[in-house]
Design a protein around this ligand. Structure first.
Ligand code: AHG
Length: 288
């Protein structure tokens, strides 16, 4: 029982607002340039990734209640306050490979009260850097803020309808399994529209903003465990989607929030969407 949870989260949320503005600045300066280094999973590091990571580490470590910071860009967590309580998993700049095409990218945060499992997630947040900056903070509800006149203004709470009409299918299609191909096709046959940018933050944000749909990144022959990392990407968004009234599962139809990563960079196939689409995925995978 943590009586200070609301107060602690309010402080962390305020800091996330600050770092979002700094990161927007470094994206604008980066011009899609890369360092000659790779991160722990072999991706070339974009200057903006590294800078965004440094900004988050510097700023969030100032919060005494944060015990450790675990970045998608690093192999190990950074312990910042031994007496702190929360462990923050974050992806400083998700979708860095599409920065050079000037597409929207984002930052994702998961705030864990204890070890990095879905059950310990007490809050999640993400920032979308697009034509404007938008921020979503999720604790008891999923709240959208837009950056206007130098401050983040609360706009509304986001709720998913029972079903939507957006289909956002990731993974190399050549390697999709038959049942996956069929269920993705079945959404199109029901009139769903393709929306996939290659950045999970704007893609999942669009589904939330429009009120429904399905985002998938399956396991495939070339990537049996999918691509997206649990701690930094899948669990925070699973928390957000469930709070908004939708669902998030893996390829065995297990709730993503029940998954327990063994290693910081573990990935999982994932499906996030409104209830109708998640049920259809479960049926299709149960038959496979
Ligand atoms: P990265 O940060 O390396 O650009 O990866 C982005 C992630 C995620 O945001 C997106 O949904 C997915 O990778 C896209 O992967 P594909 O290019 O395989 O579709």
């Amino acid at each position: 029982m943590n009586d200070n949870l609301e107060k602690d989260l309010a402080e962390i949320f305020e800091k996330i607002k600050e770092v979002a503005i700094y990161i927007q600045g470094v994206i604008g300066e980066s011009e899609g340039e890369y360092f000659e280094t790779q991160n722990s999973t072999g991706d070339m590091q974009l200057k903006a990734d590294v800078k965004a990571d440094l900004i988050i580490e510097k700023e969030l470590s100032k919060i005494a209640t944060i015990k450790s910071l675990c970045s998608e860009e690093k192999d190990e967590c950074v312990i910042c306050n031994l007496d702190g309580r929360y462990h923050v998993g974050y992806d400083p700049l998700d979708g860095s490979s599409i920065v050079e095409a000037n597409l929207s990218v984002g930052t994702i945060f998961g705030i864990y009260d204890g070890e990095f499992t879905g059950e310990n997630l007490v809050a999640s947040a993400y920032v979308v850097y697009g034509p404007g900056i938008e921020l979503v903070l999720a604790h008891k509800s999923v709240d959208l803020y837009t950056f206007q006149y130098g401050v983040f203004e609360y706009k509304k709470s986001l709720i998913l309808k029972e079903r939507g009409n957006i289909n956002s299918p990731g993974g190399t299609q050549q390697h999709w399994e038959k049942h996956h191909k069929e269920v993705i096709e079945s959404f199109f046959n029901e009139g769903y529209r393709l929306r996939y940018s290659g950045g999970m933050v704007p893609d999942l944000h669009q589904i939330l903003i429009k009120g429904g749909g399905i985002f998938s990144y399956p396991g495939t022959a070339d990537r049996p465990k999918g691509k997206l990392r649990m701690i930094f990407e899948v669990l925070p968004f699973a928390h957000i989607y469930e709070l908004a009234g939708g669902g998030a599962i893996d390829a065995k139809s297990t709730r993503a929030l029940e998954l327990k990563p063994e290693h910081y960079h573990d990935t999982t196939p994932c499906f996030l969407g409104s209830k109708y689409e998640i049920e259809k995925i479960k049926e299709a995978y149960a038959k496979s």
